[in-house]
Design a protein around this ligand. Structure first.
Ligand SMILES: Cc1cc2nc3c(=O)[nH]c(=O)nc-3n(C[C@H](O)[C@H](O)[C@H](O)COP(=O)(O)OP(=O)(O)OC[C@H]3O[C@@H](n4cnc5c(N)ncnc54)[C@H](O)[C@@H]3O)c2cc1C
Length: 284
């Protein structure tokens, strides 16, 4: 059991929301511990080799550099971080949590577990990328036929990147594409097939037509640890303006919640708001 040490807050998830929450809790004089399931901090930003153009005041940095910068900030403040440590289960009251190394206890819990690309019935492979970013960039596309499945912003963005890397790309969307017109207009030369389709990963075909690679762009879904019975909205954890969930003492921030306009700036701000709220309650 590893629950003896006194900690004020356990944060699950080391993306922009969880890291920002941890950084602020530490600055506010509290002792958080942050658990990250993967082998690195930064969340979805670790998948982005592209320049992040959306953070006010930050220019010329890729998503992966933004991830590294957030991790370095937490490190400089000596935030207690455990990577390769998935929270496997959380008790119904949110006070106990199970990891591979045993149980952890704290009076406050912050869920910052983010979201993950929907895979549909596909699985990641050398010729199948699930979601945008590093997995797509790892696909060999030059001179090859690539089907991008989906009709949202990411589908059109990734189709453009594949085209620019010399791939022969086709976007396949069940419904009329919902991507921003701006993105659609950037690739008017790309073939777009609209309508119901059958895609087969084993045979690498879409409606019987052969492809060399698939990019699956089916959007994202919330990642919520097992155990807690939290009120949800469209699959995302429902929180109030302070980040409080339907379970007392359990907070959530960033893309795992139903907050407005997910991106790094808002995820970080959400983490900061939750940190401030918990510090105010603990000070009473
Ligand atoms: C390819 C790509 C490019 C992007 N580009 C931009 C951009 O240019 N600008 C921008 O602002 N936004 C961009 N985004 C979106 C941005 O990355 C997200 O909005 C942001 O990362 C959300 O932060 P988060 O902390 O809420 O969640 P996440 O980043 O999803 O982090 C959640 C973390 O929780 C961990 N976790 C999940 N479950 C558990 C568990 N049980 N135990 C422990 N840890 C767990 C995950 O491993 C992950 O590290 C991009 C996203 C992608 C995929």
């Amino acid at each position: 059991m590893s629950g003896n040490k006194n900690r004020d807050v356990i944060i699950i998830g080391g993306g922009p929301a969880g890291l920002s929450c941890a950084i602020w809790l530490k600055k506010l004089g509290l002792a958080p511990v942050l658990l990250e399931a993967s082998d690195r901090l930064g969340g979805l930003q670790t998948r982005s080799p592209y320049e992040n153009l959306w953070i006010p005041g930050v220019q010329g940095r890729t998503g992966q550099e933004v991830a590294a910068s957030l991790a370095a900030h937490a490190d400089a403040l000596s935030v207690e971080v455990r990577i390769n440590t998935p929270a496997l289960w959380v008790s119904e009251d949110g006070l106990a949590m199970q990891t591979d190394a045993g149980f952890l206890f704290a009076p406050y819990l912050v869920l910052a577990t983010g979201s993950t690309p929907r895979a549909g019935r596909f699985r990641p492979a050398a010729n199948v990328a699930i979601g945008p970013g590093a997995a797509m960039e790892a696909l060999e596309v030059r001179g090859r036929k690539v089907a991008i499945l989906g009709g949202g912003d990411n589908a059109f963005d990734q189709a453009r990147f594949v085209r620019d890397r010399g791939g022969q790309v086709t976007i396949v969307s069940r419904k009329a594409p919902r991507a921003q017109k701006l993105l659609q207009n950037m690739i008017t030369d790309v073939r777009v097939v609209i309508g119901d389709y059958t895609a087969d990963q084993v045979g690498m075909t879409v409606n019987g037509e052969s492809f060399d690679a698939f990019g699956v762009m089916y959007g994202f879904e919330a990642v919520v640890p097992e155990g807690l019975d939290l009120r949800r909205l469209d699959g995302y954890i429902d929180v109030d303006r302070f980040g409080a969930t339907s379970v007392p003492g359990v907070y959530a921030c960033g893309e795992v919640t139903n907050y407005w306009h997910p991106c790094v700036t808002t995820a970080a701000a959400h983490g900061v708001q939750v940190a401030k709220q918990i510090s105010l309650i603990l000070a009473r």
